[in-house]
Design a protein around this ligand. Structure first.
Ligand SMILES: Cc1cc2nc3c(=O)[nH]c(=O)nc-3n(C[C@H](O)[C@H](O)[C@H](O)COP(=O)(O)O)c2cc1C
Length: 294
C-alpha cells in the first residue's frame, strides 16, 4: 500500500537539513519576549502546507500563553519545565486517521527545522502540559486529539539551572551509537554509517533527532533498496502516557529527518507500507513504514 508519494521540492529549507538537525536542541529557557506575529504565522502556514507521508488531516494553531492566561501550564512534577515560553505551535489530529501520530511528528518536526532556520529556538512538549486548556484555546472539535506542542521563542542568554538539570537528567546531548539503531538485512548485523554512502548522512540526521525522553526508539533495517522503519516500543513508558502515542510521534520525526535529508541529496524514494518478513524481529518491535528507493 502506497501512501502519499507527493514529496516536497528538493530543498524545502533555506539551509542544509544536516546543519539544521545539528543546530536544533530542546530550549527550555526562553527570553520571555515572544516572537513577531509574522514569524509565527509563517511557521503555522509552513506546517499546514506540508505533504504528509500518510495524508492525515492535521490542523495547526498558535497558542499565546499570555492570552489564554495559563500561568501554570506545567505541573511541578513535569520533567520538562519551560521558562519564559510564550508561544506554542500546536497540531490537532483526527482520531479516525490511523497514522495521525506519525504525521503530527513529521509536520511539527519540519516546522521545528524551519524555526531553527529562522534562528527560532524550540522545545517539543508531549508529556505533562495542560492539554485541556490548550485544546480549548484552539477550539478543539469532537473527534480531535492534541498530540504535542512545540514551544517557540528566542533563547534566554543563559539557560536556567532548571534547564540544565532537565537536560542532564534526560541525557539530552547523548545519542545511541548508529550500530544499535540501523541494521543491514538482519537484526544481528549493524549497518555501518561510514560504509553506507550516500545514506550515511541521511541516517545520521535520523540518529540526531529529538525523541520523547530521549528514548530514540527508531530502528531501521535496510533490505535491498528499502529502508524499513520499526518502533522499538517501551510499553511501560507508553502506558504512562495514554493521551498521545509519543513514540509514534518520534517515528514521524525520524521519517521527517530521513525524507528531507535524502531529498536534498537527490536520493529519490517514496513511503510505502509493505511490512517485510524479517526473521528474529523482536516481538515488541512495531513496523511503521518503508522508504522505497527503487
Ligand atoms: C514527542 C516528544 C515529546 C517531548 N516531550 C517533552 C516534554 O514534555 N518536556 C520536555 O522538557 N522535553 C520534551 N521533549 C524533548 C526531549 O526530552 C528531547 O528531545 C531529548 O531529550 C533530546 O534532547 P535535544 O532535543 O536537546 O536533542 C520531547 C521530545 C519529543 C520528540
Amino acid at each position: 500500500m502506497c501512501y502519499n508519494s507527493r514529496m516536497e521540492p528538493e530543498s524545502l529549507f533555506a539551509r542544509p537539513v544536516a546543519e539544521l538537525v545539528g543546530r536544533r536542541y530542546s530550549c527550555r529557557s526562553f527570553d520571555g519576549r515572544g516572537l513577531e506575529a509574522e514569524t509565527l504565522a509563517g511557521l503555522e502556514r509552513f506546517a499546514a502546507g506540508l505533504a504528509l507521508p500518510f495524508g492525515s488531516h492535521l490542523r495547526f494553531g498558535i497558542i499565546d500563553n499570555l492570552r489564554v492566561r495559563a500561568q501554570n501550564l506545567f505541573s511541578a512534577g513535569s520533567y520538562g519545565m519551560i521558562k519564559g515560553a510564550r508561544f506554542y505551535l500546536v497540531a490537532l489530529v483526527r482520531r479516525e486517521d490511523p497514522r495521525r501520530w506519525e504525521d503530527a511528528g513529521f509536520a511539527l518536526e519540519a516546522a521545528v527545522l524551519q524555526a531553527t532556520c529562522l534562528d527560532v529556538a524550540s522545545c517539543w512538549i508531549g508529556g505533562v502540559f495542560d492539554r485541556k486548556r490548550f485544546g480549548w484555546a484552539l477550539g478543539i472539535r469532537p473527534g480531535e486529539q492534541l498530540p504535542a506542542v512545540v514551544a517557540l521563542g528566542r533563547p534566554a542568554l543563559r539557560p536556567s539551572l532548571r534547564d540544565r538539570l532537565v537536560r542532564w537528567s534526560a541525557r539530552g546531548d547523548r545519542r545511541r551509537d548508529a550500530g544499535t539503531l540501523f541494521f543491514a538485512g538482519d537484526w544481528r548485523l549493524p549497518l555501518r554509517l561510514e560504509a553506507s554512502a550516500p545514506w550515511g548522512r541521511v541516517l545520521e540526521c535520523v540518529r540526531l533527532g529529538p525523541s520523547a525522553s530521549n528514548k530514540q526508539p527508531w530502528r531501521l533495517i535496510r533490505l535491498g533498496g528499502a529502508f524499513h522503519f520499526y518502533l522499538d516500543r517501551d510499553r511501560t513508558y507508553s502506558a504512562m502516557m495514554p493521551l498521545a502515542d509519543l513514540q509514534r510521534i518520534d517515528m514521524g520525526i525520524a521519517m521527517c529527518h530521513f525524507q528531507y535529508s535524502a531529498a536534498e541529496m537527490g536520493l529519490q524514494g517514496e513511503w510505502a507500507v509493505v511490512e517485510p518478513s524479517i526473521p528474529q524481529t523482536p516481538s515488541h518491535f512495531e513496523y511503521i513504514a518503508s522508504f522505497m528507493t527503487e
